[in-house]
Design a protein around this ligand. Structure first.
Ligand code: 5AD
Ligand code: SF4
Length: 490
């Protein structure tokens, strides 16, 4: 995966200040937060005020692995627990209930979770240990075999059952599972604990109806279910009322959204409506599937200033032959047509992508097509992965596996090529000014960090002392491949 920061961030992190990081390699602890305290307006942090008392009631520790969907699911799970009187603690050793919200997209992610579970072999004593999310769905009751000290296994498609499962554990149940995939409802909670104090996530669609041959998600998250547009808008209004100005709409294929209510909105209708909610200044959305990416989304971004100028549009491979094997449902040419629409927009829109190298049967010529696609698409950033065979996927048994060393070589070549593209493109931005939402700072409050509408990270200096949560103009003074340095334009 591409490195997220390069300019100046080390000095911020070296001083022990945690900035919100979009994708961390390791698991994250929902109890720990991960942001500097912000000047809270209107009680942000939880949609319903629940006092986290350190003394009363039962405690929980929740660690999250994987994607932003998992991050947000954890916020909802934490809300469910807080609603039942649990309070979050920062160390699993202090918790009555230890939960892992897991990822199984690649083998390494799954191994990491089993390593964590292994820690409890002799220490679980009296605690309830639970496994949630994709690995739970994938491994099911096998988890009890491998780690008999686990008492809760629940996949994300069954989260609606979580309160009931927890109640069963509270009344002495030893082993409970939620593993149904046939739910046609989404996970709605009365309370969602918000861990990111600036960017609020709203899931608009859960599951996935595509069947990409490498991907476990249709198996682990179940079929696609969209939320009613009114429920999404009501949540957006509530968040705006609580002081949030930035909303990120989430879904594995967010742009496949189809309003199940009688008004039958398409994704772009919902996008425009969320952007029109008073108080909302930035709307992001991820992840888009190229097949459902239509020109009207670009037109909306062009017309509506609240829609962020960033599209994450994973291509996976530059070779039509490999795309066909991956069951991605588009060709290289069809994908590049969509990139052209985005590049032709009136305002510059940044584009990012996911790429897999070493898919079974990927030849040197196929890989060369992926490299040449990088040159054409000129992505602002990519997330790159070595293909990892996963259970319950149709690619699992494909012939012509690529040796691990060759996958590593291709990954390194790919990342080097992309790095050169980013260095060249980013240097051209020196001297430009951008509006930045400030989301981190150096303890001495001399250096700040924030994101532009196109999700570029800029670390900058300012004579001001209280900028967290503010929108400020920043002029870029220096560019690295993954981030920028700048100064506050006052
Ligand atoms: N191996 C490697 N990468 C994968 N991804 C999904 N499944 C696999 C797999 N089996 C990548 C895709 C996807 C991103 C979230 O993870 O690029 O877009
Ligand atoms: Fe996985 Fe493909 Fe669905 Fe994305 S669209 S979640 S890659 S199956």
């Amino acid at each position: 995966m591409a490195k997220t920061f390069d300019v100046g961030i080390e000095s911020l992190r070296g001083n022990g200040v945690a900035l919100p990081v979009a994708h961390q390699a390791a698991g994250r602890q929902a109890g720990a937060g991960g942001l500097l305290p912000l000047p809270l307006r209107g009680g942000r942090g939880s949609e319903v005020a629940v006092a986290p008392t350190a003394t009363a009631g039962k405690s929980f520790f929740l660690e999250t692995f994987g994607c932003q969907m998992n991050d947000h699911d954890s916020e909802k799970v934490a809300g469910v627990l807080q609603g039942r009187g649990y309070h979050a603690v920062e160390s699993p050793a202090l918790a009555d209930l230890v939960l892992y919200n897991t990822c199984s997209i690649r083998e390494k992610a799954a191994q990491k979770v089993f390593a964590r579970l292994g820690d409890w072999k002799t220490l679980a004593d009296g605690k309830i240990i639970g496994v949630l999310g994709c690995l739970a769905q994938q491994e099911g009751e096998e988890i009890f075999e491998r780690a008999p000290w686990v008492s809760l296994v629940c996949g994300s498609a069954s989260y609606r059952k979580l309160p009931e499962l927890i109640a069963q554990l509270e009344s002495g149940g030893r082993r409970v599972t939620g593993l149904d995939l046939d739910t046609d409802e989404t996970f709605e909670t009365e309370i969602t604990r918000r861990d990111n104090l600036l960017r609020a996530y709203i899931t608009i669609i859960e599951g996935c109806d595509y069947a990409c041959s490498y991907c476990v998600v249709p198996h682990t998250r179940g079929p696609e279910r969209s939320r009613a547009s009114e429920a999404v808008l009501a949540e957006a209004r509530r968040l705006a009322g609580a002081g949030y100005t930035e909303i990120q709409l989430l879904g594995q294929t967010v742009n496949s959204y189809r309003d199940p209510s009688p008004r039958g909105w398409k994704f772009v209708d919902l996008l425009r409506a969320v952007a029109a909610v008073p108080g909302i200044r930035r709307v992001r959305f991820t992840t888009s599937h190229p097949n459902d990416f239509h020109r009207e989304i670009v037109e909306a971004i062009d017309e509506v200033s609240e829609l962020c100028d960033h599209v994450h549009l994973p291509v996976q491979s530059g070779s039509t032959r490999v795309l066909r094997e991956m069951l991605r449902t588009y060709t290289r040419e069809e994908y590049l047509q969509k990139i052209e629409w985005i590049r032709a927009a009136r305002r510059p829109i940044s584009i990012t992508s996911d790429i897999i190298v070493g898919f079974p049967g990927e030849t040197e010529a196929d890989f060369a097509e992926t490299l040449s696609l990088l040159d054409t698409a000129k992505y602002d950033a990519i997330f790159s992965f070595k293909y990892s065979p996963r259970p319950n996927t149709s690619a699992m048994h494909l012939p012509d596996a690529i040796p691990e060393e060759e996958k590593s070589r291709r990954l390194a070549v790919l990342n080097e090529r992309q790095r050169a593209i980013q260095i060249a493109a980013n240097e051209k931005l020196v001297g430009q000014s951008y509006e930045v939402l400030v989301d981190g700072c150096h303890p001495a409050r001399t250096q700040w960090g924030g994101r532009t509408s196109c999700n570029r990270l800029i670390n900058f200096t300012s004579p001001h002392v209280n900028l967290l949560g503010e929108y400020v103009q920043v002029k870029v003074t220096r560019a690295g491949p993954n981030s920028f340095a700048g100064e506050h334009v006052t």
